[in-house]
Design a protein around this ligand. Structure first.
Ligand SMILES: Cc1cc2nc3c(=O)[nH]c(=O)nc-3n(C[C@H](O)[C@H](O)[C@H](O)COP(=O)(O)OP(=O)(O)OC[C@H]3O[C@@H](n4cnc5c(N)ncnc54)[C@H](O)[C@@H]3O)c2cc1C
Length: 469
């Protein structure tokens, strides 16, 4: 990196917070997913929104691509390019204000989800969704930028559903505050104030429209009771029907289905449902009883819910299969080229059937490249299911890496053409979904060009197809 650019960055954030050391640059080139990326020229770590704005203005003036990074825990690829700058947000980690009467917290975009949630619990509150599986490491800003699929999706909805207001630094370096708080002096109590939902423009935008400097998030009262159940089904279609019944009954706070991958330790069956109910004691007991009745009517067999409880309390994915992480992930390093997306609960039956056929047809290749199926798991939402098809390959094998990327494209092509819509648009996934979306992707690109005419901010995320006709 030219020394005058390094000096200019150091003037904004302080010399200690700019690095052009190779090992740092390599560490910041990729997220947790399998996508290859360029090694950036520098990493910069601002401490405040004003510094973010100055970095953006500098990059815009010099037309240097700038990639935003929280903790890099996403799996969909960030598209970092050689000769770019990566801006990491984690020095912006203050809890700026808590209002336990109106139940909101204003927090910097770089704060870690779990640490903010832990702080709210000391006040008898919690963040309005518990976070996704990455909650111990991911940032609040990153979770809003990807609109993470949270635990408790079934009752509480998506991460973005509970954002009341955002402070965003636009690619021009200007600031915008969204929701009722856009009116100076107003509290951030309503997202849908002052006309169009500009908060929604940035939720799930993967940082292409601006950098989220702070988030106002809804709080909920910590519940008094949590109850758990688990059912095994001999036929995955019966499990999907049971899930449909539980959704209609509004009987679960979080309903997770296991439709493939390793079976939970010690259990027989073709599919499994984990049921978690939270709330006040009496309604929680009633709702769990309704969920159990539905499962039993669909032929479900009640099994121990110890794994369900461990999963919920420890937020450790492997407990969905009754096992601690060590034996589940085994002793070799893996990467996960995941394909995930929303389908209707009935549509889940077709998606699972298709994936099972796909695995049969590709069995020889799976064996040759050492591909494992980590899970074919559904987080049920209010109206459908978010299906995670997680395969793993040995990251030390170059040929398995190539195959893993090809495999993701094939599975995505199969699923997206059969009605699945992905939750996010990371760089590794956009080429597989955006071309299907017609005017929708055209409008996204037009908005991108309007807000970021030089294409400086997170330029790797969108595939350019020319915008709207
Ligand atoms: C073990 C594990 C389990 C996981 N489980 C789940 C799960 O259950 N559900 C789920 O949805 N995800 C899950 N994830 C993925 C990941 O945790 C989420 O996507 C997470 O919310 C990303 O946050 P981050 O801070 O790491 O963002 P990053 O990975 O750093 O960034 C993700 C994207 O957001 C952009 N971005 C980051 N911060 C900002 C900002 N302040 N402003 C604008 N753009 C920004 C980046 O440019 C990038 O495009 C899991 C990850 C791991 C490692």
């Amino acid at each position: 990196m030219p020394s005058q650019i390094r000096k200019a960055l150091a003037k904004i954030v302080g010399d200690a917070h700019v690095s052009d050391v190779l090992v740092d640059r390599i560490c910041y080139s990729r997220d947790c997913g399998p996508d290859r990326a360029g090694v950036p020229a520098a990493v910069v770590r601002p401490a405040a929104a004003a510094e973010v704005a100055e970095v953006l203005k500098l990059c815009s003036r010099l037309e240097i691509p700038l990639f935003v990074r929280g903790r890099g825990t996403a799996f969909l690829g960030s598209g970092v390019r050689t000769d770019s700058i990566v801006l990491e947000t984690t020095r912006m980690d203050r809890v700026a204000h808590v209002d336990t009467d109106a139940n909101w917290v204003r927090v910097d975009g770089g704060a870690i989800w779990h640490s903010v949630d832990a702080e709210m619990r000391r006040l008898g509150r919690e963040l309005a969704v518990p976070g996704g599986g990455g909650l111990f490491s991911c940032t609040i800003g990153g979770s809003v930028a990807v609109n993470a699929i949270p635990h408790a999706l079934t009752e509480y909805g998506m991460t973005g559903d509970h954002v009341l207001s955002l402070d965003v630094v636009l690619p021009s370096g200007e600031f915008i505050r969204t929701g009722s708080a856009a009116n100076p002096g107003s509290d951030p109590v309503e997202r849908y104030a002052n006309g169009p939902d500009l908060t929604g423009l940035f939720v799930g935008s993967y940082g292409i429209f601006g950098i989220i400097a702070s988030v106002v998030y809804r709080l909920r009262r910590a519940p008094e009771s949590e109850r758990f159940a688990m059912y095994a089904f001999e036929d995955y279609c019966a499990a999907a029907d049971a899930a449909c019944g539980i959704q209609t009954q509004e009987a679960a706070t979080f309903l997770v289905g296991l439709f493939g991958g390793p079976k939970p330790a010690g259990l027989d069956g073709d599919a499994f449902l984990h049921i978690i109910v939270r709330g006040d004691a009496t309604p929680t007991a009633e709702r769990l009883a309704r969920a159990k009745a539905v499962c039993e009517a669909m032929g479900g067999r009640r099994v121990s819910a110890d794994g369900t409880r461990s999963y919920w309390e420890e937020h450790m994915y492997s407990w969905l299969r009754n096992t601690p992480p060590g034996p589940y992930y085994s002793d070799r390093p893996y990467f996960c080229p995941e394909v995930a997306g929303f389908v209707s609960t009935q549509g889940l039956k077709r998606a699972i059937g298709l994936f099972r056929e796909f695995v049969q047809e590709h069995r020889e290749e799976f064996d040759r490249f050492g591909i494992r199926i980590k899970g074919v798991d559904a987080y049920f939402s209010r109206n459908g299911a978010f299906l995670w098809i997680d395969t793993l390959y040995d990251e030390r094998r170059e040929d398995a890496w190539e195959y893993g990327l090809r495999l993701r494209a094939q599975i995505a092509d199969l699923m997206f053409s059969e009605g699945m819509s992905p939750g996010g648009i990371g760089a590794g996934l956009t080429p597989l979904i955006m071309p299907r979306l017609g005017t929708y992707s055209g409008l996204v690109e037009t908005l991108k060009r309007t807000l970021d005419p030089k294409g400086v901010l997170n330029p790797g995320v969108l595939v350019q197809s020319g915008g709207m006709s």
